[in-house]
Design a protein around this ligand. Structure first.
Ligand code: H79
Length: 441
């Protein structure tokens, strides 16, 4: 595919619309939380509820965590296989943790010795292998970078949101008055962002996390650096100060799609990083439902996997991705390149209850997506007999269920300002069937 082969053009001016086009069309991506912490599988001293925050939640001093990181040896890691799993699920981009809050870089970083190359026996660069596999398979390669937290760096102040005494940085570097975020920014952030944008080919997104401590000047400088090195690279809003290209929603789907563009990042069970004790897996159907809900509100779905310390994507995640891929094989045309619902009534209304909390009431069990000449109605429940829709912006030429017999056109009737679609008695055997409405020119 052309985007992967095309060399980036430093300093070229790329307008926002052009930069965001692939992202808007892609809709579905894979988030990968993988680092030294993955080895523990969430377990430390008998406690099993840890995750990518292990260093902090288990209160491990930096020297001890560094020793632990040295044994990271993901011999079963196969970049090609990971990218194939993502691609077969219908995912168009992949975001990998290049450095999480522990400050441990998952690539050979010349500006830091707290990285996989300097600390471990694993004599490979996972990021390079993933970047190459993505580019070969036509998947946009994207990078997560923890900006506001780095528990290895002596100069990152303890953030307002962190409980005092709970934070690793505070354990190892307790003297707050000696910390200077700008030293960290110059010494580590800028060099590493440059390394990522110059050593791994085209980067689809620079996905920053936690921005509480960065100044507006620093966010601007970081943005300018990215624009200079890879003008086509998309930047998420967590670069700080509202300077990103799109907004991120974490572990939730907004009630409506009032931000544009936006993305929801969500886990498959209760954790981002690998936790071997967490069997609380979401069903494939609920994840397809989330994807449809998000796309009907104009957003993207970034769905997370947490590979093991050996480098294996857990089997329950793989199984679910296969099932999602089966749905996408039939219904992908109602997802990719689609815009939000032309209706809106189905999303319900926000109301404030007595305690002042906002709730959404009156949601309907279907979602709609659209592209020129088409409206797709995704059915969360199968209505008995017929489906009643609000006024259609156009005239329906044809209605049919994606994946069903191509001759099975459905009967459409207009009654007042509503449209009804007669459904066959036998529903399709798969969950969330999609009705494709073709509009007259
Ligand atoms: O990378 C994932 C999280 O580790 C990261 N963002 C996503 C994508 C993240 N950084 N900050 N936060 C999430 C919000 C803070 C959550 C907390 Fe907690 C809840 C901090 C303390 C309570 C989770 C549970 C982390 C420690 C205990």
């Amino acid at each position: 595919p052309s985007f992967a082969d095309e060399p980036r053009s430093p300093n070229k001016v790329v307008d926002q619309q052009t930069r965001m086009q692939w992202f808007r069309d892609a809709k579905f991506g894979m988030f990968i939380h993988w680092g030294a912490y993955s080895q523990a599988g969430g377990e430390w001293n008998g406690e099993t509820n840890h995750h990518e925050w292990l260093q902090l939640t288990a209160k491990i001093p930096l020297a001890e965590y560094t020793e632990f990181a040295k044994s990271f040896n993901p011999t079963r890691f196969d970049a090609d296989q990971w990218v194939k799993i993502a691609k077969d699920a219908g995912m168009k981009y992949l975001v990998i943790t290049s450095k999480h809050h522990d400050g441990f870089a998952m690539y050979d970083s010349p500006s830091s010795d707290h990285d996989i190359a300097d600390l471990t026996q694993f004599n490979r660069d996972p990021l390079k292998e993933l970047a190459d596999a993505c580019h070969e398979h036509g998947v946009h390669f994207c990078v997560y970078y923890s900006l506001g937290r780095d528990w290895e760096d002596p100069d990152v102040p303890t953030g307002r949101g962190d409980k005092v005494g709970f934070r690793s940085n505070l354990i190892d570097y307790p003297n707050e008055s000696e910390k200077d975020f700008s030293l960290y920014f110059e010494r580590k952030v800028k060099p590493q962002v440059r390394e990522l944008l110059t050593g791994y080919g085209p980067i689809g997104i620079m996905w920053f996390d936690t921005y509480g401590l960065i100044t507006k000047e620093q966010s601007l400088e970081l943005k300018a650096l990215i624009r200079e090195l890879q003008p086509e690279c998309v930047i998420n809003q967590r670069i700080g100060h509202n300077l990103g290209d799109y907004k991120v929603s974490e572990q939730e789907i907004p009630a409506d799609g009032s931000y544009d563009p936006w993305e929801s990042c969500i886990t498959m069970n209760g954790h981002w990083g690998y936790n071997k004790a967490d069997d609380n897996w979401k069903s494939p159907e609920s994840m397809v439902r989330s994807l449809v809900d998000i796309v009907s509100k104009g957003g993207n779905f970034l769905l997370n996997v947490g590979p093991t310390g050996e480098g294996v994507i857990p089997e329950p995640s793989v199984q679910r991705l296969v099932a999602i891929g089966d749905w996408m094989d039939v219904n992908g045309e109602a997802i990719y390149g689609c815009g939000p619902t032309p209706f809106g009534d189905e999303l319900g209304k926000k109301v404030k209850d007595k305690s002042g909390k906002t709730r959404v009431v009156g949601k309907l069990p279907w979602r709609a997506t659209t592209k020129p000449g088409k409206i797709y109605v995704h059915l969360f429940e199968w209505p008995a007999g017929e489906l009643s829709l609000p006024a259609i912006p156009g005239t329906i030429e044809d209605a049919r269920i994606l994946g069903m017999d191509i001759n099975a056109s459905l009967e459409v009737n207009s009654i007042g300002d509503r449209t009804t679609i007669r459904l066959p008695d036998n529903r399709p055997e798969w969950a969330i069937p999609v009705i494709c409405l073709t509009l007259a020119e």
